[in-house]
Design a protein around this ligand. Structure first.
Ligand code: SF4
Length: 378
């Protein structure tokens, strides 16, 4: 696997290829490169993405909304670096998305039917929100059809299926006991089909972006864990690469919000942190490209939103079992087959992480820096 050289990526993405202005081509390549690096794809992926986008019709994406708050869409499209949303819209043809659609009613329904027919067997189906199954699924209906019927129909002709967010992945908050509508995730409803799950409430946009980019460019899906989550993002627990881990190992805990330990940035386990049982990359892939913008980073315990058995089921301030109380002699490599180990690139002292995690951290940081000084081309 080709190693990722972020420094060169950020300084040398020029191209004189005809057919596109140098600025557009350069910006486009840079965005592709940063996005690829963020999720651990090789540097060569960027040019392949750009080529794929220029070569022909963009892959069709049909995005369905069911029981949800639209936070996943918002998280994706309101990143602080607007180019990320642009990248997605440049690379794919978003043929149906209720939140972004100007059309409504019959027009929207016709567009969905047309997109499914025209791109049968080729489109990427994205499902946002849980699907109620109780009483025949009557608790979520659109245009007279249940979410259950719509999901099954759309999945039938899809080339790939992605469940974005915790609701679509396993039911989310709607499935919290007593789960009055029988809300569940797309994998259960579409049993027998491969459904990539990107849980999180909301999920980090990079995790979705990486999956889509890999599929539209290479026609493959990332390696998944038993719950359908891409290993590049969900291969390790938050506790394994948490910047507060040295405090945990030394027995220094915050006991109350605002106490001395909390002000000192001590471990939040005693306040209910679910990091030891939660698989996600939040600690190295912060939100909105802002360093420290993630729950534990701002002093709140992890609530385990990517875990079906924890999120909305275990009380926020209850503690989880620690299955590995002592620090390991050596951390395992990140599960994703996306490059070699690059501990220094993480920028987190004492952290031993893989290139996917480290590159993601640096890419997000560089994007933020570029925005700050207005020098995207630097
Ligand atoms: Fe970080 Fe939570 Fe683990 Fe403490 S318990 S080290 S705050 S993940």
């Amino acid at each position: 696997m080709e190693p990722i050289d972020l420094a060169s990526l950020l300084s040398d993405s020029r191209s004189d290829e005809p057919g596109q202005s140098q600025l557009e081509r350069r910006d486009f390549l840079k965005i592709c490169t940063l996005a690829a690096a963020a999720v651990g794809l090789p540097a060569s992926a960027a040019s392949k993405m750009a080529e794929a986008a220029a070569a022909g019709p963009r892959p069709s994406v049909i995005w369905l909304h069911f029981q949800e708050c639209t936070g996943c869409s918002e998280s994706l499209l309101r990143t602080s670096h607007p180019a990320l949303a642009k990248l997605i819209l440049d690379l794919i043809s978003l043929d149906y998305h209720e939140t972004l659609f100007a059309a409504a009613g019959h027009q929207a329904e016709d567009a969905l039917a047309e997109a499914m027919e025209k791109n049968a067997g080729k489109y990427v189906l994205v499902i946002e929100g849980s699907i109620p199954v109780k009483d025949g699924g009557i608790y979520c209906k659109i245009a007279g059809k249940t979410a259950l019927e719509i999901a099954k129909e759309a999945a039938e002709k899809a080339a790939a299926i992605i469940a974005i967010g915790s609701c679509a992945s396993f039911g989310g908050v709607q499935s919290a006991p007593p789960n009055p509508t029988g809300a569940t995730g797309a994998p259960e409803v579409l049993a027998g089909k491969t459904v990539v799950t990107i849980p999180g409430c909301p999920p980090n946009p990079y995790n979705f972006l990486g999956t889509v980019l890999q599929f539209v460019t290479f026609g493959t899906l990332p390696e998944l864990d038993a719950k359908g989550r891409p290993k590049f993002a969900y291969g390790r627990t938050i506790h394994e690469h948490c910047p507060r881990r040295p405090h945990f190992d030394a027995g220094r805990f915050a006991l109350k919000f605002g106490d001395e330990g909390h002000r000192q940035g001590y471990c939040l386990y005693r306040l209910g942190c679910k990091g030891p049982a939660t698989y996600a990359n939040c600690s190295v892939m912060h939100f909105n490209e802002i360093e420290g913008a993630w729950p534990i980073g701002i002093g709140h315990p992890c609530v385990g939103c990517t875990e079906a058995d924890i999120a909305f089921k275990v009380a926020i301030h209850d503690t989880v079992e620690i299955d590995r109380p002592t620090p390991p002699d050596q951390y395992p490599p990140v599960g994703a087959d996306h490059g070699g180990v690059s501990p220094l690139a993480t920028g987190v002292a004492g952290l031993v992480g893989g290139a996917a995690l480290g590159a993601g951290w640096m890419a997000a940081k560089k994007l933020a820096e570029a925005d700050e000084d207005g020098t995207e081309d630097s």
